[in-house]
Design a protein around this ligand. Sequence first.
Ligand code: NAI
Ligand code: MG
Length: 369
Amino acid sequence: MSKPEFSILILGGDGIGPEVTAEATAVLDVLSSHPNSRATFKLVPRLFGGCSIDEHGVSVTEETLEQGRQCHAILMGAVGGPKWDGKRRGFEGPEGATLRLRQVTDVYANIRPAEYFPGGRSPLKEELVRGTKFIVLRENCGGAFYGPKAEEPDYASDLWAYKRSEVERIARMAAHLALSPAVPVPRVISCDKDNVLASSRLWRRVVQETITKEFPQVKLVHQLADSATTLMMMKPSSFNGVVVADNTFGDILSDLAGVIPGTLGVLPSACLADIPVKKWGDKPVKGFYEPVHGSAPDIAGQGIANPIGAILSAALMLRYSFGMEEEAKAIEDAVNMTLDSGLKTKDMSGSASTKEMGNAIREYLRKRH
Ligand code: NAI
Ligand code: MG
């Protein structure tokens, strides 16, 4: 039987984006060149963000958007930097590339695992963060980011609106993830501001109806988004499960959760257009994967960026888009073994280069896989 070939749009982007993405694609090469590999990967590289503005005059070309629609998944580095700051904002700037690609691929569910890493430099006390493992699930295609906008010199507005169908699908995703092995307890913590926002009242009602009716085995808790921020820092493990929120609150809560491991450099993210693939052989699910960090212009070109966030993003892609759970786990294990061996990049108070970290992870992967 011939192996399936998965096509992946590779968007290194700006700053450290291409450096860390190269380490992640090299990990995919190790998997696909293995004699027992289940699949091969067709990598389709394109310019994206600031580098695309320089080359093509736009942050993303129509051709690249079309590749985004056609490929099975997208692996992105990061976009933006001081070179393009101030000149163009929003949809016109480098970040507009990400907004447009998300919109055309309708990847409505943004998943960011927040986990305590022993090697990290969490500013929170070790005894506070130990045992913390949750996912922040952010609604990614609606709310204030995409609603109609008005912008005049003395007046501006963003419409923060949700439809029932948009809340239902993210609630289902939250429950699905809460029942997966990615979190230790089948629990959904839904964050909103139903005391002041009408869209939050719809949110709370629909999340409640959907989860209690369709997923009775999932424990559902509602929490106000502002007090959730305090509790997340005071008692992070009390969020173990899935924290679900709309586009705005989810943006804030997911960045806040980034404090837990202590460095942005190790955090992966996924944006999905549908419930993840359940098992090998099922139809791939379109996903957009990128490390949580930005283009880090302060360290770009020095070869010292931590590639772990990008490599773990590739692992999420294998799991969620392709149903390659064993391979995803093998990558995650290789990362953990590398960290256990004491190898650390500069952001983790070590001295390993981007390449050394990538090579070490691939060495463990070759031994195991
Ligand atoms: P950033 O995440 O790029 O950097 C924040 C700090 O973390 C910097 O000191 C940086 O050196 C460090 N850092 C980030 N990633 C690292 C890694 N892999 N290894 C080691 N250290 C790492 O955020 P910042 O500085 O706010 O933004 C820089 C640019 O990136 C801006 O233009 C911003 O718009 C863009 N950005 C893009 C994102 C994306 O494309 N998804 C997300 C966040 C920011
Ligand atoms: Mg953010």
